[in-house]
Ligand binder design. Structure first.
Ligand code: ADP
Ligand code: MG
Length: 701
């Protein structure tokens, strides 16, 4: 059991950590010295795995998993949805004597062949060649997935088609990590640095809502679509700002603690937990890790949140916008490049030499975000996130970078390129001057920026809470690889020569002059920024369908192909799937909306009318006047809104038939307006579904 043994006297937190994962500690115990060394080379240095050790690793994994009570194993992968996939096989093999033995071979570990015909492939794979392969990712540790009485060995894998095309989110992510590491190494080499390896790091903060399960089950919209399609904002929601970092209620804290223990058992370094801005909204953040491991761990966090919630009769909502008019949920992606020797390469150094390097990486980030803002925007596009981006509580749909005044000033100095800078009367000479001490960014110094520099990392805040980080991180790594490649190509001829500093100064000056329009330190929520961004020529892409266009552009295809991240067909497939996913979701929302109108709201309003009209009739029958006016007026007010509903139902039905997402969204909004107006005046006892006030407040049992 996940939590039952926790009170055992011996079970200290430290000893338990990672007890359900085949991590480094476990491997050291279960593998021979030479096999362990080979695994470590792959995990820590990114070297290719010697497949000769597969049988030994499989045997060790089996012995370990059986000791943990596992009966089954599965290749666990991330298909092109935001879900994970698993098909379980038991360890059972016949022993030819009427009994059984537990078997798990190197072959079982390395590769499996699930029938892939029902996974989204975006046209890559015709159903007649439905074969797909999963291939072990040895850099992400295998783990045990538990329920009350079952244990399954999960092996993180990549998933590709018979012809080798990536059908998952992990494969391109791994390729992008290789690409950015290679280009980073080239740039570091130009500075005379030989890194032992280059890592891409990710720390993903996860926001979510909790709702009492009994209330959840009465909301078909939440069940079907993950968000409320109707509902009035209650008088008190988040305006008192008393929820953010507020004292955590007992029921929620019990839940959070069970989540932390489950995650620690899985070797997920869960670190921070707190109340978020909206009532009923919370956040969990692990420590950062290698990008692919962090992506796997984030998916596991989402899974654990959902499963543990049920144990407390709660439901965890991961949707980007479960409730209109209160904050939505995002997933801040804290991203950096690092080497074991130097730590984060986005860390301003203390010497002129390390400053030079930092400013080079900074210029590359600025260039790549400006040049490919549209690709980055596409990577976070999904129906749920459309409700969030630019909704005056989440980063806008305009991609910009927050640097803070000090760094922005330095950039301006570099742009002046040796001339006196009129504003600050200073210039920055690379390799000679020392950067001024930069104030360490505090958590939310600028919450309004989609891409913020926070001391030694960048925080990509526009990612949606229900997405995996894999695709946005893939895009980010790839566009960064391109910028680094360009710089390395210019620097290599002068590396180690006296001309190096001057050349670098020119390169950075050119890059910053061309791309610093993407830097914005002001309020990203303001209308002025929308106008200013338009003047600067920055794209402002509001909806998913518009955002996805860039994925089929020739320059995007060329970029992904150049760095070996995605082939043309792989990229086009992703566009198709993201688009299809968007259209299907809107269709489901529209049909759920229609259903609720016809079968829940209309009957409830009819009952209300019967009730009030009965009152009117009985007052009249009593032959009195008192109360007649009040009752009649109420019947009129409710009745006239009621009369509007058939028209809304018809319009929505029509929009669904036409299948146009924009039309469906507009028709849903129009219907909602009427229903929400009714909610405000209909008898609370007759209202057929839980209200926002009830759902947003998690009361202790
Ligand atoms: P803040 O609250 O200022 O955003 P935190 O220190 O709480 O910053 O970190 C938030 C997330 O960023 C955590 O997951 C943390 O591990 C991660 N993080 C910290 N340093 C780095 C780094 N150099 N690279 C990537 N992620 C980082
Ligand atoms: Mg943060």
């Amino acid at each position: 059991m996940l939590t039952d043994n926790i009170t055992d006297a011996e079970a200290t937190l430290e000893a338990r950590y990672g007890c359900d994962t085949f991590g480094i500690k476990t491997m050291e115990k279960y593998l021979s010295k030479s096999a362990f060394k080979k695994m470590m080379l792959t995990i820590q240095k990114g070297g290719k795995l010697d497949m000769g050790i597969a049988d030994e690793v499989a045997q060790a994994m089996k012995v370990w998993a059986l000791s943990k009570g596992a009966t089954h194993y599965t290749h666990w992968f991330q298909p092109l949805s935001d879900a994970t996939a698993e098909k379980h096989d038991s360890f059972v093999e016949p022993d030819r004597k009427g009994g059984m033995i537990c078997e798990f071979t190197g072959k079982n570990l390395i590769q499996a062949e699930p029938d892939a015909s029902s996974f989204p492939s975006g046209g890559i794979r015709a159903t007649f060649e439905a074969r797909g392969y999963t291939a072990w990712d040895p850099t992400s540790p295998a783990f045990i997935k538990r329920t009350a009485s079952t244990a399954t060995l999960c092996i993180p894998t990549a998933f590709c088609s018979y012809t080798g095309e990536a059908l998952d989110k992990k494969t391109p992510l791994l390729r992008s990590m290789v690409a950015v590491a290679k280009q980073t190494t080239r740039v570091l080499n130009c500075f005379g640095i030989e890194p032992s390896c280059v890592e891409t790091n990710l720390g993903a903060e996860q926001e979510y809502f909790l709702i009492d399960r009994n209330l959840y089950l009465k909301r078909p919209d939440l069940i079907e679509t993950g968000r409320t399609l109707f509902g009035c904002l209650p008088p008190k929601h988040q305006q008192m700002e008393d929820h953010y970092f507020g004292s955590i209620k007992e029921r929620v804290l019990e839940f959070m603690t069970s989540v932390d223990h489950a995650l620690w058992d899985l070797g997920v370094p869960s670190k921070t937990r707190h109340n978020e801005a909206a009532p009923g909204q919370f956040e969990i953040a692990p420590l950062f890790e290698a990008c692919n491991v962090a992506v796997d761990h984030n998916v596991m966090i989402m899974d654990v949140l959902e499963r543990q919630a049920l144990k407390f009769n709660l439901v965890c909502l991961l949707h980007e916008k479960p409730y209109t008019s209160v904050n939505g949920s995002g997933k801040h992606n804290n991203w950096s490049l690092s080497t074991p020797e130097m730590g984060s390469l986005f860390s301003p150094g203390k010497t002129p030499h390390s400053n030079k390097l930092f400013l080079t990486f900074l210029a590359c980030v600025i260039q790549c975000i400006d040049k490919h803002a549209d690709l980055l925007r596409a990577s976070i596009s999904k129906a749920g996130n459309d409700h969030r981006l630019g909704a005056a509580e989440a980063p806008p749909a305009i991609i910009s970078i927050f640097l803070g005044d000090e760094l922005t000033d330095i950039i301006n100095q570099i742009k002046q390129g040796g001339a006196q800078c009129s504003a600050s009367k200073t210039t920055m000479e690379l390799g000679v001057d020392v950067l001024p001490e930069l104030p360490k960014d505090t958590a939310d110094r600028n919450r309004t920026s989609p891409f913020a520099f926070t001391g030694n990392k960048f925080e990509f805040r526009a990612v949606g809470s229900s997405q995996t980080c894999a695709w946005p991180m893939t895009v980010l790594n790839t566009i960064m690889a391109e910028a680094l490649d360009e710089v390395a190509t210019l620097l290599e001829p002068v590396a180690g020569t006296p001309a190096f500093n001057k050349t670098l100064q020119h390169i950075l000056k050119d890059m910053l002059t061309a791309h610093d329009r993407v830097v914005f330190n002001g309020n990203g929520y303001s209308q002025e920024w929308v106008e200013e961004a338009a003047r600067r020529g920055l794209p402002h892409i509001k909806t998913t369908p518009e955002a996805l266009d860039v994925l089929s552009r020739e320059d995007s295809i060329a970029l992904m192909e150049k760095y070996g991240v995605l082939s043309r067909s792989e990229l086009l497939a992703r566009k198709e799937i993201q688009m299809e996913n968007f259209e299907k979701l809107i269709d489901i929302e529209a049909k759920t909306c229609l259903n609720m109108l016809n079968t829940i709201y209309m009957p409830a309003i009819a009952a209300q009318m019967t009730d009030i009209c009965g009152t009117v009739a009985s007052i009249q029958a009593a032959g009195i006047q008192a109360g007649l006016k009040a009752a009649s007026q109420r019947a009129e007010a409710i009745g006239s809104l009621y009369d509007e509903l058939p028209g809304k139902v018809e319009a929505l039905t029509q929009a669904i038939a036409e299948g146009n997402p924009t039309g469906m969204r507009a028709a849903m909004e129009a219907a909602r307006e009427v229903v929400d107006a009714l909610e405000a005046i209909v008898d609370a006892d007759l209202w057929p579904v839980p209200t926002y006030a009830q759902m947003l407040n998690i009361h202790s049992k």
